[in-house]
Design a protein around this ligand. Sequence first.
Ligand SMILES: *[C@@H]1O[C@H](CO)[C@@H](O)[C@H](O)[C@H]1NC(C)=O
Ligand SMILES: *[C@@H]1O[C@H](CO)[C@@H](O)[C@H](O)[C@H]1NC(C)=O
Length: 347
Amino acid sequence: MKFTLLSASVISALALLPGAHAWGKEGHAIVATIAELHLDPTVLPTLCSILNPSRPGGSCSLASVASWADEIRNRMKWSGPMHYANAVADHPPQLCLFPGAKGWEGDVNVLKGIRNTTDLLSQWVQQGSDLSDPIASEALKFLIHFAGDMHMPFHLVGRARGANDIFVKWGNRKVKLHGMWDGNLVDRAIETTPSDWEQQLGSEIEHHLHGDHYDPLIRKVLVQGINQTWAGEVQSWVQCPAASSALPRGDDQTVLQSQREASDTDDGSVCPWHWASPIHQLTCDWVWPKQLEQPPYNDHQGPLLELDTDEYGGKITREWVVEKLLTMGGIRLASILNLIFTQQKGN
Ligand SMILES: *[C@@H]1O[C@H](CO)[C@@H](O)[C@H](O)[C@H]1NC(C)=O
Ligand SMILES: *[C@@H]1O[C@H](CO)[C@@H](O)[C@H](O)[C@H]1NC(C)=O
């Protein structure tokens, strides 16, 4: 996957299309690569056999299929709403609902998509791992993609089509707020990764990198993020509340409400609602810029708000906000895949 000027302009053109709901190709590839680096050693060969059933036991990279779900989106129209989760009454920053009493828009969403594909793949393992069953490959490619989408804050926002209808400025360019997160912020994270991270790590790691321009970012998050800055919290990223120990005493309405919200998708080991909720809260807290609600920026005729500022873009770079979201996506994807593919048949 070589990055050429042509693909750069195609990617940025895609980011401007209405309804483009996804981290760009880079973001999804980074999530998939971080996941691949955290798989149980027995799992990757199985995944490669599912992806390439004609070459069982061959090698593969999860990054190479991470954007498949975007590529087929026009052919498989029904899959579009599976890339995001919009609550009907959500309106950050004023009203923060995930999903609240009015529920989700539509019957499917990214949280249910993760549950559905996880269950399908578990059944596939239980029923004997038939490589000629096309469902396994489709479900795996969707799961790899949805794990990325779930960590993109604007895929979880029920206002203005996930901020696809909101225009801001990035540098001097007019961009969609949604598209700025999909592409511009990932590009910025890659560009601001210091050149010391071009030095290679051990071969077990380098074996999973393929000369892409985001490789230094991956090395940086492995060594400085996962092993240092976030070392104390990485374990908690993959935890889920135990289904019954969290039962409320009395009738605490808030607890009851959140149990109802989680019940569709979460269990004690895979809990997309529980994992996504703090990311949605981030949008309510500051990712949806509060200045957009005030004059002159709340007027469609008014000027566009510049976000490549120290306060917004600078904060995201300094605090590794995008790096952390992509890494959480990768670590959680690895955890789901390890769980599915190391279970014993008939359990
Ligand atoms: C579940 O995933 C499968 C395979 O990817 C897909 O065909 C099906 O429509 C999905 N169903 C739901 C309810 O999401
Ligand atoms: C992270 O830390 C573990 C445990 O100390 C070590 O085995 C591993 O090599 C480190 N990984 C990187 C990329 O530095």
